[in-house]
Each structure stands twice: as C-alpha cells, then as structure tokens.
Design a protein around this ligand. Structure first.
Ligand code: GFB
Length: 318
C-alpha cells in the first residue's frame, strides 16, 4: 500500500547519525525542506529506556528514522553475540515505544538481509521471512532485527502507528568502518589492499573461500530509497532495498585490486567463515513503486576509495 507523507516543515530525528547510513541520510535530507535533529550517544544512550523516552518527549520529532544499531562484519557478529542481540533489541524497542508515546507520525526501521533464512530461495522475497533457520554467524543480529520489524508491524496493527520497515542488502560507501576486526568485506578488503599496495606486499589475505555471492548497494542510493519510502510507503510488510548487482567475494577482491591499482596475489584463509552462500534480495516491490539504484558497483567502489584516501589516518567518528 502506498501512503503519501510530506517531510515539508517536519522535524525528522535520524537515530544513528554518526554511522555510515545515518551520515548518508543527513546528506540526503539536506535536500528536503525538513529540520533534522540528532543526538550523540553521550546525550542519549539508545539502549537506556528512560533516556530515550525523556529525549523523545522533550524534542518531539514528527518523523523518526532508526539507523542506529550495533553493527559489524561476519567476525564481529559471530564473536559478540550478546552485544549484537541485546543492544539491537534495546535500541529498536526503546525507540519504537518512545515514538508511539510521543505521537510520532512516521517511523522507518532498518532491518538487514540477515533476517532471512540462510538457504532462502534467491532472489529473496520479503515473504521468505521466518520460513527457515538463520545463518549461524549472524543469527543474533538477525533475531534482534526481526524483532524490530515485527514491532513496527505490531504497532501498526494494535495502535494504528504509521511505522514501516526496510531491508537493505549489504551496504558500503563513505563513512564505512575500516577497522579490520569489525568491518564488513568491502571496507576490510579496501584497507587491506591499499596497505598491501603501499608497502609493496606480494599478496593480500581474504577470509573464507571467495565463492560466496553478495549484492552490494551504495549507501547514498540507500538513503535515497529510504526517503522515497518514508514519503510514499505505508504498509505492514517490510520492503527490500537492493541494487540487483551480485558478485562473488573473489571477483569483488579483483575489482577492488583494479580500482586501487594493486597487482599482487589474492590468497584465501579458509579457516575464516564464508557465512551465507548467497544473499540477493528481490527488490521487485520497491522497483514497481518506481525506485531503482543508480550507482554501479565499480563507480561506488571508486568513490568510496577516494573518500577513504581523503580520510586515511583520521578518526572520522571523533
Ligand atoms: O561483509 P561480511 O563481513 O558479512 O562478509 P556477511 C562477507 C563475505 O566476505 C564473507 C568474506 O564470505 C567473508 O568471509 N570476506 C573475505 C571478508 N575477506 C574478508 C575480510 O577481510 N573481512 C570481512 N568482513 N569479510 C553480514 C552480517 O554478513 O551481513 C551482518 O554479519 C550484516 O550482520 C551484513 O547483516 C549485511 O555478508 O557474511
């Protein structure tokens, strides 16, 4: 179901504005005639219910976008299960209930493709949710995200709240996390390949077998899709956001080596996990509404590398 919602003159709270998605949302929302409000973790720790309720009651945003989450790549997900589950359950439930109490008109919650079964039929339709077991390396994060999107659906049913949920595919872009122990694959390989090139190292080590397939979406395309959904979508069904561009991890590494200008070898550490074999979302619903991604993977990687070079050595989250 579509539902027109105008951002004009509205106060929009972007939760998680220091993250990659939140940063892209601030850039995208600068082009809308709304006022964006944010809060640092020191002002409001989103895991603390009283702090969230108090802030929401005082600031009274009309629209809330939940881009805040404890996130990380395959290693962080599999080694810090308690944080990924507890933090994300708390962030989602605190913000959603506080938004209801404060009378928020529109809320958008961000899920993740790890909500879907490990062996879901590809491309993964929204209806695949809860039809099979999750991928073990990220089931903790997946369960918290499923709870968040079910909260949106439940609040719509019981209270009539206009809360919606979006499922982005794997993301990358400016503002990503390049810390090798917590990063997703694109920033991790970018940092490793850049370091290898700079030190004339003969090879770069990748995790797993290089055979898993992933779909990647540039974060600026995601931010555009989120604004599109906030202003046009109103339904209980969560909605996939993908680029449709799928690549193996091995081919991704080769493309990155070309973009960065690294001529050395790519080696595989098979002791590290592969994760889900394939993760391509079916974005038919969103496309049929008239939205599609505009950044090709190669262009997006080149732009992200240019950003990385500009920020190298600088703590962008400070
Ligand atoms: O991006 P990534 O960490 O997470 O890993 P997932 C994707 C693939 O890249 C896996 C391989 O097959 C990794 O083994 N890979 C190769 C590497 N080299 C590296 C490396 O140096 N670093 C990393 N990180 N990977 C995530 C979930 O799953 O998907 C999150 O863990 C989130 O919760 C995200 O949902 C969207 O794509 O496997």
């Amino acid at each position: 179901m579509t539902g027109a919602y105008s951002l004009a003159g509205k106060k929009v709270y972007v939760a998680g504005h220091t993250g990659m998605v939140g940063g892209a949302l601030l850039r995208r929302l600068a082009g809308e005639s709304c006022t964006v409000v944010t809060a640092t973790r020191a002002e409001v720790d989103l895991r603390h219910q009283a702090a969230v309720f108090d802030w929401m009651r005082r600031v009274r945003p009309q629209c809330v976008i939940v881009a805040a989450a404890t996130v990380g790549g395959i290693l962080a997900n599999s080694t810090r299960p308690a944080e990924f589950l507890y933090d994300n359950l708390s962030i989602g439930s605190n913000l959603i209930e506080a938004a209801r109490v404060a009378g928020v008109e529109k809320l958008l919650y961000l899920g993740s493709t790890c909500i879907y079964p490990r062996l879901a039929p590809q491309p993964i339709a929204e209806e695949s949710l809860l039809t099979g077991p999750l991928e073990p390396t990220n089931e903790w994060y997946g369960i918290a995200k499923i709870a968040g999107l079910k909260l949106c659906a439940a609040y719509r049913r019981q209270y009539g709240c206009d809360f919606i949920a979006a499922q982005p595919t794997n993301l990358y872009g400016a503002g990503d996390n390049f810390n090798l122990t917590t990063a997703h694959v694109i920033p991790a390989l970018m940092a490793k390949i850049h370091a290898a090139k700079s030190s004339n190292a003969p090879a770069v080590e990748l995790w797993g077998t290089g055979t898993p397939l992933r779909e990647f979406l540039h974060v600026d395309d995601l931010a555009d899709a989120l604004v599109f959904l906030v202003t046009r979508y109103s339904d209980e069904m969560h909605i996939n956001i993908g680029s449709g561009e799928e690549i193996s991890i091995g081919d991704l590494a080769s493309t990155l080596a070309e973009v960065i200008g690294f001529g050395g070898a790519l080696r595989y550490d098979r002791g590290k996990p592969d994760g889900t074999p394939r993760k391509l979302v079916d974005s038919t619903r969103l496309r049929s509404m008239g939205w599609r991604a505009s950044t090709s993977l190669r262009d997006g990687l080149a732009r992200t590398y240019a950003w990385y070079l500009r920020h190298l050595g600088v703590d962008i989250r400070a």
